[in-house]
Structure formats: C-alpha cells, structure tokens
Design a protein around this ligand. Sequence first.
Ligand SMILES: CC(C)(COP(=O)(O)OP(=O)(O)OC[C@H]1O[C@@H](n2cnc3c(N)ncnc32)[C@H](O)[C@@H]1OP(=O)(O)O)[C@@H](O)C(=O)NCCC(=O)NCCS
Length: 176
Amino acid sequence: MAIPAADSHICVTPASASDLQAVRDIDQAAFAQADWWAGDLWAEMLKNAGSRVFVASKARTAAAHSVPGVDSMDAAAEAVAAPVGFIAFERSGKLMKLGVAPAARQQGVGRVLLAAALQVLQEGEFKKFALAVSLHVEPTNASALRLYTAHGFKKDGVVNDYYGLRRPALRLLLER
Ligand SMILES: CC(C)(COP(=O)(O)OP(=O)(O)OC[C@H]1O[C@@H](n2cnc3c(N)ncnc32)[C@H](O)[C@@H]1OP(=O)(O)O)[C@@H](O)C(=O)NCCC(=O)NCCS
C-alpha cells in the first residue's frame, strides 16, 4: 500500500519487517548515538496496533529501468528504491521520531513523511484517537523546527533534561 505523496518522486509506505535494517541504519546516520532506538523498540513499533512506522523511498521511473526483455512486473518491482527516511508515530498523536539519511536531505523527504503521518492522525485511521499532534525537538535543531512550524506546529513549552542531563526539548503542538 503506497500512500499518495504530493511529491510524486517520493513514495511513502508503511514499514515492514524487511525495512527494519534500513530504518535502523537511517536512525544511526541521522541521530547521535544516545538517541538511537534499539532493534526491539523498532520491531515493537511495527507490531503494535497503536503505532505506525512509515518509510520514504525515492521512486525510480519505470522508464529509467525498462530494459528490453524485462517484463512490466519486473519493472514495477524495481520502481521503488531502498528507504531513505522514516517517521514513527502513535495514535495518541505523538510523533516519536523523524529521520532522513544525510545524503537524501533537503529534497522534500522529511516534508512528505510528516505530511503522511499528519494525514493518518488528522483525517485517517487514527483521527478519533489524536485530538492534537505533539512532538519534542531540540531547541537548536533549526532544520526540524523550520519543517514543523511550516506545518503549523506551535511551541507549547520546554521540558528540561528531556534528551538527557541539560538537554532540554521544546514541546510542539499542532491542534485541530
Ligand atoms: C529534520 C529532517 C528530518 C528534515 O528532513 P529533510 O528531508 O531534509 O527535509 P525537507 O527536504 O523535506 O525540508 C522540509 C523543510 O524543512 C526545513 N529544512 C530542512 N532542512 C533544512 C536546513 N538544513 N536548514 C533549514 N531548514 C531546513 C525547511 O523548512 C524545508 O522546507 P523548504 O525546503 O521549503 O525551506 C532531517 O534534517 C533529519 O533527519 N535531521 C536529523 C534528525 C532530526 O533532527 N530529526 C527531527 C527530530 S525532532
């Protein structure tokens, strides 16, 4: 099941067990070691009915991969490359983690992943659970803050020591 994305070259899909290694690799490339999630936490997020992990891949055009003698099923199977980003969220409306591989940044991947999660939380299957969407972000994380404020998130307070000693978080909220 692919989720429609505004940027047609980026494809967002629910993560499956076969994406887990790629998701962990992106997590480790995107975040400091203290913030990496263990494999069993990722597996739990995938299994749990109240949480979702989506992955984003750069769609390859079928034309670019159509080779004489290769039938269209093979071309379709080739049409989506390995994940370059993920978003993990809960039906309570909490966005838990968003990460994009460094080489794939500033190409709209983060924006498309955030939009896909917001769609599920505000209009899709989690609509009745999520009265508001919330997340935490480091006050120094300018790129993430810009992405979130562009989607209407507002500052809702500071949580001291959220990421560890003397590492506060800003709590951001997006109300319906
Ligand atoms: C934050 C992050 C997810 C953004 O992903 P991305 O794919 O690069 O973002 P996009 O290309 O979709 O950009 C969307 C918007 O984010 C903001 N943005 C992204 N990179 C930026 C940068 N380097 N500087 C300033 N703003 C930036 C911009 O507002 C941008 O919109 P614009 O292009 O119209 O100006 C990515 O940088 C990342 O994985 N960072 C490390 C992990 C992290 O900090 N996650 C968030 C934790 S809360």
